[in-house]
Design a protein around this ligand. Structure first.
Ligand SMILES: [Cu+2]
Length: 162
């Protein structure tokens, strides 16, 4: 009998600790809010992106505004890059000049970040602050043969929410 009461007591203690842990978690959130909306309260997200011929496949299509890390894996057989563009234009309708997306000169798109060309079967990453809005992820490589990775399909819509 005594052992049973001891177990009940431990169970009750565990329940109290669990409630206390939840309550403390809530307090932490309140503290963050009271910081006055500085950088601490902004989210940070990680997006894993596979690139291959000829697709860009992120594991998430939308994350919250704030610091975003893109961990890119080139799982294909050719060199690729990852360009993060802010635009309201549809992913497959970006302005193109000589098979490239006109990433530097077109007014309707803004290049926010870029992982420069990286080799097949290698990884690369970038961390950037992104505001809420519509984005497109592309690879803008055009091979000597004229093959445009963008025109072959390496574009993907991506959303940053509030
Ligand atoms: Cu590519």
């Amino acid at each position: 009998m005594r052992r049973k009461w001891l177990l009940l007591g431990i169970g009750a203690l565990m329940a109290v600790l669990a409630i206390a842990a939840v309550a403390c978690g809530g307090d932490d959130d309140d503290d963050d809010d009271s910081d006055g909306g500085n950088g601490d309260a902004v989210g940070s997200s990680v997006v894993n992106v596979d690139l291959f011929e000829y697709q860009i496949v992120p594991d998430l299509d939308a994350v919250a505004a704030g610091s975003v890390t893109f961990n890119a894996s080139n799982v294909g057989g050719a060199t690729h890059e990852l360009v993060i563009i802010r635009t309201d234009v549809a992913p497959d309708a970006l302005p193109v000049i000589e098979n490239h997306v006109a990433d530097e000169s077109a007014e309707e798109i803004a290049v926010i970040g870029r992982i420069e060309e990286f080799a097949a079967q290698s990884d690369a990453s970038i961390t950037i602050d992104l505001e809420a809005g519509s984005y497109v992820l592309i690879c803008n490589i055009v091979e000597d043969t004229g093959t445009s990775h963008y025109e072959e399909g390496m574009h993907r819509a991506f959303t940053i929410s509030e």
